[in-house]
Design a protein around this ligand. Structure first.
Ligand SMILES: Cc1cc2nc3c(=O)[nH]c(=O)nc-3n(C[C@H](O)[C@H](O)[C@H](O)COP(=O)(O)OP(=O)(O)OC[C@H]3O[C@@H](n4cnc5c(N)ncnc54)[C@H](O)[C@@H]3O)c2cc1C
Ligand code: FES
Length: 508
């Protein structure tokens, strides 16, 4: 896990001059054993926990925006007033302390009791809520429903064998052998019982009857709901080649998939990764960390070029090559027969196993069968409602009207799925909250992390500020003179500042 914990800083009970913290500035200090962040927003001074509740990001390295602070690592946002986690990926609040100002000095006093659930949106809440999907959007929705004080029954139905997990970790630290099994679940096992969320695992839903507000499980059982959230995510694309689903070929979506690859690595020396986008490259990096030789085969000219342009593509290729990855670009795999992986150019690679990372497709089949509007994803409005009343959709499966690009978009990002789950939850409780978040994702390759804010499916100019080779750069993607997205390497504050700027720049 990333953590940048440094010195504990000054003793905040002894008093620090108000003028030593500028407007929008922060100070990392301590109160007894607790590390505390003091933040200034105009004349108001706040004292909150110094670390993010997601992966322990150091909030003093983040950005104060109004009376919130955003985490530098993956852009979670906390209220400085209440400590509430306002935006994923953090789902739990940070603590707050009482602050006193006297004689031009700030004194941080006692820790305040945690804020109570707001219950503010719960006007005419549904009699029961079913969440279809145990992934990012589903767990964030369940979390928010209880945080908002919803007291009715919540059922989460998931085809997975495991309760919701921190999916991004499955291709990164967990696969590299640097994260333990018990870091991966999103909630500790007891929390489902404590928060009264009924969890049905290894359970597939086969259809929805929107008019009757009911759904049918694959075993024929019928379940009614007051409101439904569809968060079925996306399924890996399977390559239709001989041996494409053979015993040595792996796909990666679930915890079970990642465990199966880890098991495979114990006796393996050589792997082929098919696909040079995020999953494929992260898998390559994790396998190299385990000392396994890796060949990456992909039809692209450069890795990630389609999503991030040639400059970042060349950079990320050089990072992987410096770690010993061998690329076969402009080629595809035509067959897998036992250990023999044959490429379109005719060469054969001898490999212990193969990992396919050739993209995903949104899991829309239930929605289609059930008569919901679907257009390359389940169509939702700005409140994340589908074409059926009381039925919402969020995450990889949903296509929404993005106010920033003016287009209907669907993205496959963890943080976006969680934020959609949070907004959908509040709207199921009767709020009318628009989903307006600027998309954000991160991707990790050895010691290099790319952070990306915005959404640019097409662009006509790319501007690099700084130096990619020195690992200190911002890359902006623009179309018709308008900046649509920014990718950064080792410029975490610049990434947060770009997010704020993009939030203010809505489609004309
Ligand atoms: C290995 C890996 C690494 C990733 N790394 C990153 C990253 O670094 N950064 C990033 O931004 N994104 C990353 N992603 C993408 C991110 O995980 C997804 O965008 C996110 O999980 C989408 O959340 P979701 O809730 O829409 O769907 P999911 O998390 O996929 O959850 C879907 C759920 O629906 C269930 N389901 C589907 N159909 C049915 C059915 N018929 N009946 C019952 N249940 C059903 C599934 O079992 C599952 O529980 C990664 C993805 C993977 C696989
Ligand atoms: S560590 Fe703060 S958002 Fe991830």
């Amino acid at each position: 896990m990333a953590t940048t914990a440094g010195s504990k800083g000054p003793d905040l009970t002894a008093g620090v001059p108000v003028d030593s913290i500028s407007d929008g500035g922060t100070l990392h200090g301590h109160v007894g054993d607790d590390e505390v962040l003091v933040a200034r927003a105009g004349d108001r001074i706040f004292a909150v926990g110094a670390y993010c509740t997601h992966y322990h990001g150091r909030l003093a390295d983040g950005l104060v925006v109004g009376d919130t602070v955003r985490c530098p690592l993956h852009h979670a946002c906390f209220s400085l007033q209440t400590g509430d986690a306002l935006r994923a990926p953090a789902l739990d609040p940070i603590a707050c302390w009482r602050v006193e100002q006297r004689d031009g000095k700030i004194f941080v006093r006692e820790k305040l009791p945690p804020a109570q659930p707001s219950r503010s949106g719960a006007t005419g809440p549904p009699s029961s809520i079913v969440i279809l999907g145990g992934g990012a959007a589903g767990i964030a929705a369940a979390n928010t429903l209880r945080q908002e004080g919803y007291g009715g029954p919540i059922t989460m139905i998931s085809a997975d064998a495991d309760p919701p997990v921190d999916r991004p970790n499955l291709s990164k630290d967990y696969l590299a052998g640097e994260a333990q099994d018990d870091w991966i679940p999103m909630w500790p096992p007891d929390l489902y019982k404590e928060r009264q969320v009924e969890l049905l695992l290894k359970t597939r839903v086969s259809s929805i009857e929107p008019a009757a507000r009911a759904l049918v499980l694959e075993n024929g059982t019928r379940r009614e709901f007051g409101a439904l959230l569809i968060a079925t995510g996306a399924d890996p694309v399977h390559l239709p080649i001989p041996g494409g689903d053979g015993g040595t070929v792996h796909y990666l979506r679930s915890f079970a998939d990642s465990r199966a690859i880890v098991e495979r690595t114990s006796a393996a020396k050589h792997a082929v990764v098919v696909g040079a986008s995020f999953i494929g490259l992260e898998v390559a990096a994790s396998l190299r960390t385990r000392g396994i030789a890796v060949d990456v085969v992909a039809p692209d000219h450069l890795p990630l070029e389609r999503v991030m342009g040639a400059e970042l593509g060349r950079f990320i290729k050089s990072v992987h090559e410096s770690h010993g990855v061998v690329f076969h670009l402009g080629e595809t795999v035509t067959s897998v027969a036992g250990r023999a992986v044959t490429l379109s150019g005719g060469a054969t690679i001898d490999a212990d196993f193969v990992v396919m990372g050739v993209g995903v497709k949104p899991a829309t089949s239930i929605a289609e069968r059930s008569g919901l509007a679907v257009d390359r994803g389940i169509t939702v409005n700005e409140f994340l409602e589908t074409s059926a009343p009381g039925v919402f959709a969020a995450g990889d499966v949903a296509r929404w009207p993005d106010p920033h690009t003016g287009e209907r978009i669907r993205v496959e990002h963890w943080v976006v799925a969680e934020r959609m789950g949070q907004v959908a939850a509040r709207n199921m409780l009767g709020r009318r909250e628009r989903f307006e978040a600027v998309p954000f994702f991160w991707s990790q390759h050895y010691d290099v992390t790319i952070r990306y804010v915005g959404h640019a499916e097409r662009w006509d100019s790319v501007a690099v500020d700084g130096s990619l080779d020195s690992r200190d750069a911002s890359v902006s993607f623009s179309r018709d003179g308008r900046r649509l997205a920014v990718a950064t390497i080792e410029r975490n504050r610049a990434s947060l500042e770009a997010e704020v700027a993009l939030e203010h720049d809505r489609a004309r």
